[in-house]
Unconditional design. Structure first.
Length: 454
C-alpha cells in the first residue's frame, strides 16, 4: 500500500450507464436479463467464520429486492491492503469495499474511487464529520460514528472513595487531576501507591491509568494542548511544536515517571479491555466508543461494573471522531447498482444490531436530534446508563469532536506508520519526546507531508 499513489489513474467518468440510480431501492438497477451482479469486499479479523455475519447482511439485501445481487469477497485483515493492491494491478477490483481509514484518500489520488456525494439525500445524509473528501468531492463516508473516551472500573473508584471521572466536556479533568487520581488508584503488591514510602514500581498490581499510545490515538492530547499532527486544513505540520512535544512526553511519563501506567511490553501482554478492567489490572483507560460492543459487554455477566467519561484535557476538551468507510471503486461496471447497495448498507435500520449492541453509533443527524431518538439505540443493558452515555459520548461526539487527519490528508497511512514506529523510543524511555519528534520523526514526516499536502 505504500506505493498506492503510483497506481495507474483510471477515469471515474469512464462508465456506461446501465440504469438510473434508484435511491436505495434497487429495482431500477435490474437489467432485462436479471439482477445486476456486484461484489462487496470486506475483511475478517481472526477467523474466517466472522465473514458469516457480513454474509447475513448481504443475504438480507439480496432477499429484499430483485434488482441487484451482491457477492461477498472475504479477506483476512492482515492481507487486506496487499490483496487490494494486487487486484488493482490486475484490474480486478471489487465494486464496493470496506476500506481502512488511512488508505482512503490514497486510492482517491490514484483515481480509483467514485464520487459518492449523490448517494445520500435529505435526512439520510451522514454527518459532515464522517465525510472523506478529495478535491471537493466525497469519496467515502464512515459507516459508523466513533469517538475516543475514557472507561473506568467503578468498583476501584468506590473502594478508594474517589469520585468518578467527569462525564461532561465542561467538567473534564485537567491533566494534573487525571494523574493525581491515577496515582491514588495505582497499587503495588503491598498495597502502596506511588505517593507512599516503599512503593515498588516493578511490582504493580493495579495501574491507575492507561492512555492509548497508538499512532493515531495519542495525538488527541496534543490537539487538546494546541498542537497535534497537523492543522485541521491539512496545510501545516504540528508534530514539532512545543504543544505536541509536551503532550507526548506527558503520556510517556505516565509510565516513566508517574508510575501509574503499564510499560509498552506490559500493556502488549494484557488481555482485552473488558478483562483488564474486570481483573483490576487497570483502573481507567482511553479507547474508542466501539469497545462497548466489541469488548466490555463480554464481561458484564462476570460482574464488570464500568463507567464512561470524557478524556482528560491539557487546555481544551476535545476528542477524535472516526469510523471505517465503504467505498465504490471507479472501475465498477455497475455504478448504479453499487450506489444502490451502498445506500442500503449505510442505513441504520440495516445495521441496527451493531448500533444497539454498542459497536457503532449512527451516522445520520436524525438519530441525534432528541433524547427520544438517542434512547431508541442507546438506552439498553449493553450501553452504560443513558444519562452518563448521553453526555460522555453522544454530546461529546456532537460538540467536541475533531476529525482524525485521514479524513482530509492523502496517504495518511504513511504518517501513521511513522508515528507508530518512531514513538516506540519515547514510550519505553530510550528518547525524550523532544528528541524523537524533532530529530527522528519530524524530518521524515515533513517529507511525507510536503509530498501529499492537499
Amino acid at each position: 500500500m505504500k506505493n498506492l499513489k503510483y497506481l495507474a489513474v483510471v477515469s471515474v467518468f469512464g462508465f456506461i450507464a446501465a440504469a438510473a440510480y434508484a435511491g436505495g431501492q434497487g429495482e431500477n438497477a435490474a437489467a432485462s436479463s436479471g439482477p445486476s451482479e456486484i461484489s462487496y469486499m470486506a475483511w475478517y479479523n481472526t477467523t474466517e467464520s466472522e465473514a458469516a455475519d457480513t454474509q447475513k447482511i448481504l443475504d438480507k439485501f439480496n432477499e429484499a429486492q430483485s434488482g441487484v445481487h451482491v457477492k461477498l469477497i472475504s479477506v483476512s485483515r492482515a492481507d487486506y491492503e496487499a490483496k487490494l493492491t494486487t487486484m488493482a494491478a490486475g484490474n480486478q477490483l471489487p465494486d464496493v469495499a470496506l476500506m481502512p481509514e488511512p488508505e482512503v484518500l490514497g486510492w482517491a489520488i490514484a483515481g480509483k474511487l467514485a464520487d459518492v456525494g449523490d448517494v445520500f439525500k435529505g435526512e439520510d445524509v451522514p454527518l459532515k464529520s464522517l465525510a472523506f473528501t478529495y478535491h471537493g468531492k466525497v469519496v467515502a463516508y464512515s459507516v459508523a460514528d466513533e469517538v475516543l473516551v475514557l472507561y473506568y472500573n467503578k468498583k476501584l473508584f468506590d473502594a478508594a472513595g474517589l469520585p468518578y471521572p467527569p462525564a461532561t466536556a465542561d467538567t473534564a479533568w485537567t491533566w494534573k487531576q487525571f494523574v493525581d487520581v491515577a496515582t491514588k488508584l495505582t497499587k503495588d503488591k503491598n498495597g502502596n501507591t506511588p505517593n507512599d514510602p516503599g512503593f515498588d514500581p516493578d511490582n504493580i498490581v493495579t495501574y491507575g491509568a492507561d492512555f492509548n499510545r497508538l499512532g493515531w490515538m495519542w495525538p488527541i492530547l496534543a490537539v487538546s494542548n494546541g498542537g497535534g499532527v497537523m492543522t485541521p486544513d491539512g496545510q501545516k505540520l504540528l508534530l514539532g511544536t512545543p504543544e505536541t512535544i509536551e503532550a507526548a512526553q506527558a503520556i510517556a511519563d505516565l509510565y516513566l515517571k508517574d508510575h501509574v501506567a503499564p510499560s509498552p511490553s506490559a500493556r502488549a501482554a494484557m488481555p482485552a479491555l473488558d478483562v483488564t478492567l474486570l481483573t483490576d489490572k487497570v483502573a481507567m483507560a482511553t479507547s474508542g466508543q466501539w469497545e462497548i460492543g466489541v469488548s466490555l459487554k463480554n464481561s458484564l455477566a462476570a460482574g464488570l461494573e464500568y463507567g464512561v467519561g470524557v478524556l482528560p484535557k491539557m487546555k481544551t476538551a476535545v476528542t477524535y471522531n472516526t469510523g471505517g468507510p465503504n467505498v465504490i471503486f471507479s472501475t465498477t461496471k455497475n455504478l448504479a447498482a453499487a450506489k444502490t447497495f451502498l445506500h442500503w448498507y449505510s442505513q441504520e435500520s440495516n445495521n441496527w444490531g451493531l448500533i444497539t449492541g454498542g459497536i457503532w453509533m449512527p451516522v445520520s443527524k436524525k438519530w441525534y436530534a432528541s433524547d427520544a431518538a438517542i434512547r431508541k439505540w442507546a438506552d439498553n443493558p449493553i450501553h452504560p446508563p443513558f444519562d452518563e452515555y448521553k453526555t460522555a459520548v453522544v454530546d461529546y461526539a456532537m460538540n467536541n469532536a475533531v476529525q482524525v487527519p485521514w479524513y482530509y490528508f492523502p496517504n495518511y497511512n504513511l504518517l501513521d506508520d511513522l508515528l507508530n514506529s518512531g514513538m516506540d523510543a519515547v514510550w519505553n524511555g530510550e528518547k525524550s519526546a523532544h528528541d524523537a519528534l524533532l530529530y527522528d520523526i519530524l524530518p521524515k514526516a515533513q517529507q511525507i507531508f510536503d509530498q501529499n499536502k492537499p
